[in-house]
Design a protein around this ligand. Structure first.
Ligand code: NDP
Ligand code: MG
Length: 380
C-alpha cells in the first residue's frame, strides 16, 4: 500500500482524495492536516486511523486531542504540526489553500515524499525553489490541478518537442459580461461556478480569471515553458482539460468529466491508471465543444498574471499575496468584486521585484503585498 499524507483533508480536494483512497485498494492514509475543522477531522481520524493528525489552529488542536484521546492517532498543532504531517507519507497531497503551503511542501520534499500538488499558490510563489529542492531530493511533483494533470499526460517524455500549451478555462460565472456589469457582483453570484464545486477562494479566483492567471504561472514552473508558449482558451464545457501542441503541429488533448477525483487518482497512483469512482465521458450526450479568446480587459487579473511571470523574481509572490488578501476582503464584504484585480495591480505597482529570491524574501514579499492590500496604499 502506498501511504498518503493529506494537507487540507477537510476541504474540497481533501475530501475527494479520501474518497479516491478509500475506493482504491492500493492507497492508505498515513497522516491528515487541516486548519480548524475539529468535527470533520475527528470523523476522518476514526474512519482512517492515521498515525498523525494536525490542526494549524492551536486551540482547535487542543480540542481535537481531547476528542480523539481514545485513538492511537498522535495529534499535533500549528505550522510545525502541519509540517510533521507533510513528512509522513510516501506521497503528500498538498490540498491546503494559499501560500501557507510553501513550508510544509518543502518539508515533505526534504523528507523524501513525492508531491501530489493541488496547492498551486505554492508553485506560483516559490516554484523555482520547489523545483530545485525536488531535483536535489529526486522527488516527483505530480500535478492535481485538472489542467496541469492534462498537460502532464499529454507531454509525457516529449518536453523538448512542445511548442505551445493550450490552457483551457471555463470562463467562470461572469463569462460574456462587461467590467461595469461585474463591478459590484455579490459574493453569492461570484461563488456560483457553472461547472466545478470547489473551495471558496479558488471559486472567486475562477470568477476573476485570476485562477487561470495562477495556472499560467503554475504551468511555466511545472513544465519549463516560456509564458509566451501558453495560450489561454475559454472552453465553457470544461471537457477538454487542456492540450499541448507539438513542433510537428500535432495537438494532444486530455478529456474527461468535471470530476476532480480523476486527476487526484492519476497523481496518487502515478504511473498506474486504476479504476475510479468518477463517471466516464459519454460522447453522445456532451454539448458541442467551443473555444474562444479570453477578455483580458474585463478580466484584468489574467493579464496581470502574465505581467507577474514576465517580470519574474518575487513578482508572482506579490501577485498571489495581493490576490489572497483581496479575495478575503471581498468575501468579508470589505471591497467590491472589481476591486480585487485593481488591488492586485496596485500592490504590483508598489513593489519592486527582487531577482533570484531566497525563501525568506519570497515570504516577505507575500506579506508586504498582503499589507499593501489591507492598508489600501498607506504604506507598502
Ligand atoms: P478548501 O477551501 O475547500 O479547503 C482548504 C483546506 O485547507 C481545508 O481542509 C482547510 O482546513 C485547510 N487549511 C487551510 N489553511 C490551513 C493551514 N494553515 N494549515 C493546514 N490546513 C489548512 O480548498 P480546495 O480544496 O478547493 O483547494 C485546495 C487547493 O487546491 C487550493 O490551492 C486550490 O487552488 C487547489 N485546487 C482546488 C481545486 C478544486 O476543485 N477544489 C481544483 C484545482 C486546484 P479547514 O477545513 O479546517 O479550514
Ligand atoms: Mg484548474
Amino acid at each position: 500500500m502506498k501511504r498518503v499524507s493529506i494537507l487540507g483533508s477537510t476541504g474540497s480536494i481533501g475530501t475527494q482524495a479520501l474518497n479516491v483512497i478509500e475506493n482504491s485498494g492500493t492507497l492508505c492514509v498515513s497522516a491528515l492536516a487541516a486548519n480548524s475543522n475539529v468535527k470533520l477531522i475527528e470523523e476522518q481520524i476514526r474512519r482512517l486511523k492515521p498515525q498523525k493528525a494536525a490542526l494549524f489552529s492551536e486551540d482547535k488542536a487542543k480540542e481535537l486531542k481531547i476528542a480523539v484521546a481514545d485513538t492511537d492517532t498522535k495529534v499535533l498543532s500549528g505550522e510545525e504540526g502541519v509540517c510533521e504531517v507533510a513528512e509522513e507519507g510516501d506521497i503528500t497531497l498538498t490540498a491546503l489553500s494559499g501560500s501557507i503551503g510553501i513550508k510544509p511542501t518543502i518539508r515533505a520534499i526534504r523528507a523524501g515524499c513525492d508531491i501530489a500538488l493541488a496547492n498551486k499558490e505554492t508553485m506560483v510563489c516559490a516554484g523555482d525553489i520547489i523545483n530545485r529542492e525536488a531535483a536535489e531530493h529526486n522527488i516527483k511533483i505530480l500535478p492535481v490541478d485538472s489542467e496541469h494533470g492534462a498537460i502532464f499526460q499529454c507531454i509525457r517524455d516529449e518536453g523538448k518537442s512542445v511548442r505551445k500549451i493550450l490552457l483551457t478555462a471555463s470562463g467562470g460565472p461572469f463569462f460574456g459580461k462587461t467590467a461595469a456589469e461585474i463591478e459590484n457582483a455579490t459574493v453569492e453570484d461570484a461563488l456560483n461556478h457553472p461547472n466545478w464545486s470547489m473551495g471558496s477562494k479558488i471559486t472567486i479566483d475562477s470568477a476573476t480569471l485570476i485562477n487561470k492567471g495562477l495556472e499560467v504561472i503554475e504551468a511555466v514552473r511545472l513544465f519549463g515553458v516560456k509564458p509566451s508558449q501558453i495560450q489561454v482558451l475559454i472552453h465553457r464545457q470544461s471537457i477538454v482539460h487542456s492540450m499541448v501542441e507539438f513542433t510537428d503541429n500535432s495537438v494532444l488533448a486530455q478529456l474527461g468529466t468535471t470530476d476532480m477525483r480523476i486527476p487526484i487518482a492519476y497523481a496518487l497512483n502515478y504511473p498506474e491508471r486504476l479504476e475510479n469512482p468518477a463517471s466516464a465521458l459519454d460522447f453522445l450526450s456532451i454539448p458541442p465543444l467551443t473555444f474562444a479568446k479570453p477578455d483580458t480587459e474585463t478580466f484584468r487579473g489574467l493579464a496581470l498574471a502574465f505581467d507577474a511571470i514576465g517580470e519574474g523574481g518575487t513578482m508572482p509572490a506579490v501577485f498571489n499575496g495581493a490576490n489572497e488578501a483581496s479575495v478575503s476582503e471581498f468575501l468579508s464584504g470589505k471591497c467590491t468584486f472589481g476591486d480585487i484585480a485593481r488591488l492586485v495591480e496596485y500592490a504590483m505597482s508598489k513593489y519592486k521585484t527582487v531577482k533570484n529570491p531566497s525563501l525568506e524574501t519570497i515570504i516577505e514579499s507575500d506579506l508586504a503585498a498582503r499589507r499593501c492590500v489591507l492598508e489600501r496604499g498607506k504604506t507598502v
